[in-house]
Each structure stands twice: as C-alpha cells, then as structure tokens.
Design a protein around this ligand. Structure first.
Ligand SMILES: [Mg+2]
Length: 251
C-alpha cells in the first residue's frame, strides 16, 4: 500500500498501533504496573514523589465516589492509617487499570513506575522497524517529527528514550498528550499546529484510530492510517490513505 501524502514539513505520530504494537502497552507496560504496584508502594511509601501520586489518586477517588463512578473507594488522607491508605490506593488503581481508565492521577503513578522499569532495563520500548527507519529518514530530509499520544509525555519519552533500537529521542522535536485536548477533537490538532507554529496543512498525522484521523482531517492536517497486526480493523469504504509500511510514505 502506498499513500499520496506529500508536501509536509511536520510528521505527527501516534504511538499505540502506529509506531508500537498495541500489544506492547497491554502485554508489557500495564502488566508491569499491575504486578509490581503493591510492592512498589510498600518499598517506596515515604518517597515524596510517591506521596504526591497518592494524594492525586486520593483526590480523584473521592471525586469518583461523589460522582458514583466505577468501583471508587473514598480515601481520607487525614483519618486513614498509612496501611489503609495504601490498601485503598491499590484498590482504586486496580479497578481503574482494569477499566483502562485514562486519567491524570493514574497516569502519574504509572509514569513514575515505568520510569523505574525503563531506567533499570526491565522495560524496553517496542518499535516497528519501518517506523524507526522512516523517522530517521524524515529527520534526515529536514522534517520535524512530533508525537501525539494519549500516553503521558513522560511515558512517551521513556518508550522512545529506552527503545529496543536505542535512544530515539534525538529524532523527536516535541511531545503532546491529552493535555492539548482529546485525540478525537479537531481543536486539539489545531492547537498542536499553532503550538508548533505551522499551518495545519503542513502536518502529516499518522494513527491507527479512524476517529483521530477524522478529527485531524477536519482540522486540515494530511493523514495516513497505520495498518498493523492487532489493530482494530478499518472499514473497507475508508476514504483515507493507509499504509502497512511507513517507508512507503512519500517524503
Ligand atoms: Mg493509536
């Protein structure tokens, strides 16, 4: 499959299902947190950064209880004992991870734990080889490559900084997460174009998610749909360009 994308200065890449197998997130990153969060909280409980994440999770849990969301359990940071707080934090993390909840408090703790996993060499960012080759080729051709993922900027930097192909951060000009807005809203892509300082039409966005592609298209970006093993199937009448190999995307 080839695409007709051309005349762009900026490449904006999604991660899951695009540069990296969706399975990496669900079979490596999330299980790492799920399996080690209990031990992690126990051994690092007094770490001030851990306590910052505990406070954020408690605040979120208390809001969730008020809003009747999920299996949220209220946490009273003043009245509960340390053990109670830790047990309730674990219970809240557990249901939120099972629900694949993308929320700031959870992402903060996950990101902090992933930093340890990557820095210790337990975790390495999995990349499709053609994505790595294409990123190198784009940068050599004078284009700038940015990342836009629902994973936090910190997690993005770990995946690219500690990848199986070495440190790829030197190729990446910047990172966006959902702080700029949801990936399915055109205003987010306009915001990114404005932040980079280019017209939306000068950006080529690559993602496996058709709702994201539609939003980027509405904002005026060029788009290519990433077709990878394990991605959600794309409807046959899809009007967007698609590729299975990023090296086929014209420079
Ligand atoms: Mg994706």
């Amino acid at each position: 499959m080839t695409t007709s994308a051309s005349n762009y200065d900026i490449v904006l890449l999604d991660i899951e299902g695009t540069t990296t197998p969706i399975s990496f997130v669900h079979e490596a990153l999330f299980p790492y947190v799920a399996h080690s969060v209990g031990e992690f909280l126990e051994t690092k409980w007094t770490d001030p950064e851990v306590q910052t994440h505990v406070q954020a999770i408690a605040q979120q849990a208390n809001e969730d209880v008020k809003d009747g969301i999920g299996s949220a359990i209220a946490i009273d940071l003043d009245a509960d004992s340390s053990d109670e707080i830790r047990r309730k934090v674990l219970a809240n993390v557990d249901w939120q991870m099972k629900a694949d909840r993308k929320i700031g408090a959870l992402k903060g703790l996950q990101g902090y734990m992933w930093r340890f996993g990557f820095e210790s060499g337990t975790l390495k960012g999995e990349m499709y080889p053609d994505a790595v080759q294409a990123i190198e080729r784009w940068v050599k051709a004078g284009k700038r490559v940015f990342i836009y993922s629902s994973g936090s900027v910190e997690a993005q930097k770990l995946i690219f900084g500690y990848s199986e192909h070495g440190d790829l951060l030197r190729y990446i000009s910047g990172h966006y997460d959902t702080k700029v807005g949801p990936k399915t809203e055109d205003s987010s892509y306009k915001g990114i174009a404005k932040d980079i300082g280019v017209q939306p039409t000068r950006i080529l966005f690559v993602s496996d998610n058709i709702l994201e592609i539609q939003a980027a298209d509405m904002a005026g970006l060029q788009t290519v749909v990433s077709i990878r093993p394990g991605n959600a199937p794309i409807k046959e009448d899809c009007k967007f360009q698609m590729t299975t190999d990023f090296m086929t995307i014209p420079l």
